[in-house]
Ligand binder design. Sequence first.
Ligand code: HEC
Length: 119
Amino acid sequence: MSSVVRRLGLALALAAPVAAFAAGSPQVKQAMTSAGCFACHAVANKIVGPAYGWVAYHYRGKPGAAVYLAHKIISGGTGYWNPWTGGVPMVPHPTLSLAQAEQMANWVLAQKPIAPPKP
Ligand code: HEC
């Protein structure tokens, strides 16, 4: 009996962080707000940059996506989204560490995937 309780406790302890990750960490969202990311991005629709839901859709299941996107967040530039943005570049964020940028990339990738409309 006590082992069942212990196993249940362990399952709950493991489930909690997974649930937080699926929605994206609120702390990381706060850091993104401070960094000005939401001036150009929304989750469900394009502002200047692509909707984060489109980004999650495009990179879902692609290994290395978080590291690639972290470098893009730091260095900025244009690329895949040009047909939707008209070639407006993402501004660089050179003051972010790679670890911070990777947390932001993972937050973006944890959003609900949305298929982008035809550009
Ligand atoms: C001045 C507007 C602007 C700001 C501020 C901005 N972005 Fe972007 N972002 C863009 C544009 C435009 C693109 C499309 C670039 C492209 O075509 O690859 C983009 C693309 C992206 C992508 C997808 C990159 C890819 O190669 O698929 C991610 C992820 C992203 N931004 C995250 C962020 C984060 C995190 C921040 C804050 C630290 C941020 N952006 C701030 C304009 C902006």
